[in-house]
Write a protein that binds this ligand. Structure first.
Ligand code: NAP
Length: 267
């Protein structure tokens, strides 16, 4: 599946089979990166690979279930075989679940922890030492604004994204002046299959804020900007920088609304 060859820098994108990952892969390819696309759905990865190649880009794919820890070293080995330096690791794969925290099946919780937290950690540990050795590289973690405003209905999902905030900030501080950057993208709602999957998974109805969703291409564009001008964290849309302040000053009020904001929400 992956042919060894010497090329421009590599961008590894997890969750490249749809949504933000797919949009980011297309824009990274246009920017000249050699893409390594990762997800479980082979047909979608094959289709994207051929699209990128047809438009003159270099792309390989690895079908991998990121909930399985053996996949992290296997991915790193296959990427090494390509023979080009790794420039970008976009930790984007993830999924959500909506409903009362105590009603979440353990099988879903375990899988969410594995994909949203363990895979990000595992792949970072695989690629970061080499980036540090060559003083070059950028790890971008796709977080969520719910990490800044822990909300009813997304207890574990929000906590996995809060992990990304903390992990990113610590690494960013450790890596100052090394030439390696780590960033988190705190995005609000994005128009991708994410919400449909959440609804199907959790049997929920309308999930709040879907109607305010931005296009995945907007998030991808901001990721490209981040590569040019590295920062520890960005908000998409930009206006969401107010959210942590809302939590800090009005969290007490959200506490009082309690379960009224859950499942009954309509926007
Ligand atoms: N959409 C939003 O409103 C929103 C808001 C904030 C943050 N985010 C975050 O953005 C990221 C991308 O989500 P999206 O909106 O683009 O949703 P999406 O279209 O559903 O994409 C999710 C991607 O993750 C991959 N994935 C899920 N489980 C996987 C596993 N076990 N192994 C490998 N790949 C796996 C999926 O690929 P396969 O199914 O082919 O494996 C898919 O490519 C997620 O981390 C999500 O939490 C989304």
């Amino acid at each position: 599946m992956i042919e060894p060859r010497i090329s421009a820098g590599i961008a590894v994108v997890t969750g490249a089979s749809s949504g933000i990952g797919e949009a980011a892969a297309m824009q990274l390819s246009t920017a000249g990166f050699h893409l390594v696309l990762i997800a479980r759905r082979r047909d979608r990865l094959e289709k994207l690979q051929s699209k990128l190649r047809k438009s003159g880009g270099q792309a390989d794919f690895i079908c991998s279930d990121l909930s399985q820890e053996e996949s992290y070293s296997a991915i790193a080995d296959q990427v090494k075989n390509i023979g080009a330096p790794i420039d970008v690791l976009l930790n984007n794969a993830g999924f959500g679940w909506y409903g009362f925290g105590d009603e979440m099946p353990w099988s879903v919780a375990r899988s969410m922890l594995a994909v949203n937290v363990q895979a990000v950690t595992g792949l970072t540990l695989q690629f970061l030492p080499e980036m540090k050795r060559v003083n070059h590289g950028h790890i971008i973690n796709v977080g969520s604004i719910v990490a800044s405003i822990p909300s009813q209905g997304v207890a574990l999902y929000g906590a996995t994204k809060a992990f990304l905030d903390g992990f990113t900030t610590s690494l960013y501080r450790e890596l100052v002046n090394t030439g390696v950057n780590v960033s988190v993208v705190r995005t609000g709602a994005v128009r991708t299959p994410f919400f449909k999957k959440v609804a199907a998974h959790s049997g929920s109805g309308v999930i709040p804020f879907q109607r305010l969703a931005v296009q995945p291409e907007t998030v991808a564009r901001r990721i490209l900007e981040l590569l040019k001008k590295p920062k520890r964290a960005i908000y998409v849309p930009r206006l969401l920088w107010v959210v942590p302040w809302i939590e800090m000053y009005f969290g007490w009020f959200i506490d009082r609304l309690g379960p009224r904001l859950l499942r009954s929400s309509r926007f």
